[in-house]
Design a binder for this molecule. Structure first.
Ligand SMILES: [Mn+2]
Length: 269
């Protein structure tokens, strides 16, 4: 166990219930680090269907419950995401954590805000249903065979859209931080871990646990750090092997423009 204790450890977008969720690896991160505060920054669940949770997914929740035991003296907070929406009551009972829409804390003389980030993505707010279809498709494609070229191409195109959304979320979050007189703001939602500084306000995105890049963020007296969890190949569970799909499906989806939408196209970098 690392003797160094972080003030805060933040992770988001685990999407428990999705086949692409790296719950076991996320549990490892919690076990391997010391921290006084843990922020689960939204979209910890893919949806409200608990029947889709695997053993590893339940283990993650079990570990959260363990951490939230008052004897441990760790503040565990859950900031609601668009996929977690409606879980507030269940969560506070199931794993003993408090759920927030917006969480704020003072540390090192600086004001910190943690908010999931969908609030800054106009597309999510205005087209909730359409957008959740998009997210489901994105998650589905991630569990498919990455070696197939049309699928790799399709995922690349989806990623491009996610990155544009990322720009929208970062600028919205920086504006929000400025309005709330905050020095640092943390979001998830986009699945892309980044750091942006503007007018002395720092925006951090904690990334996610469904892509090939598994990331989390820590805050201590040294500052803020984005970490990448490196999966060892011998750690991989054979029961999680990815299935095959006819590559023509990806070509069809791509050509049919299923993934096109005016909103993302209009948001430039
Ligand atoms: Mn989200």
């Amino acid at each position: 166990m690392d003797p160094h204790a972080y003030n805060t450890l933040i992770l988001s977008d685990l999407h428990l219930g999705a086949e692409t969720s790296h719950a076991r690896e996320a549990t490892q991160v919690l076990k391997q680090n010391c921290f006084k505060r843990l922020i689960l920054l939204g979209d910890i669940f893919a949806d409200l269907n608990f029947a889709r949770l695997t053993k590893d997914h339940w283990k993650f929740l079990g570990y959260i419950r363990k951490l939230s035991n008052p004897k441990r003296n760790i503040e565990v907070v859950w900031v609601e995401g668009n996929h977690d929406h409606g879980l507030t009551d269940i969560m506070s009972h199931l794993v003993g954590v408090r759920v927030y829409q917006h969480y704020e804390w003072l540390y090192d003389g600086r004001r910190h805000i943690a908010i999931h980030g969908h609030q800054f993505d106009g597309f999510q707010v205005n087209n909730l249903r359409l957008s959740s279809v998009g997210t489901s498709l994105y998650l589905l494609l991630q569990k498919l065979d990455f070696k197939s070229k049309p699928i790799v191409r399709l995922i690349d195109r989806l990623n491009t859209r996610w990155l544009r959304m990322s720009t929208k979320v970062s600028s919205g979050a920086l504006h929000y931080a400025c309005q709330h007189d905050a020095d640092r703001i943390f979001c998830g939602h986009t699945h892309e871990a980044i750091h942006v500084e503007e007018d002395r306000i720092h925006y951090y995105n904690t990334g996610g646990w469904v892509d090939s890049r598994l990331t989390y963020v820590t805050v201590d007296e040294q500052g803020v750090c984005i970490h990448e969890y490196n999966e060892r190949t011998d750690d991989r569970d054979s029961s999680q092997e990815r299935g095959e799909i006819d590559p023509s499906f990806a070509d069809f989806a791509d050509q049919a423009g299923l993934l096109e939408d005016a909103e993302y196209e209009s948001v430039g970098r």
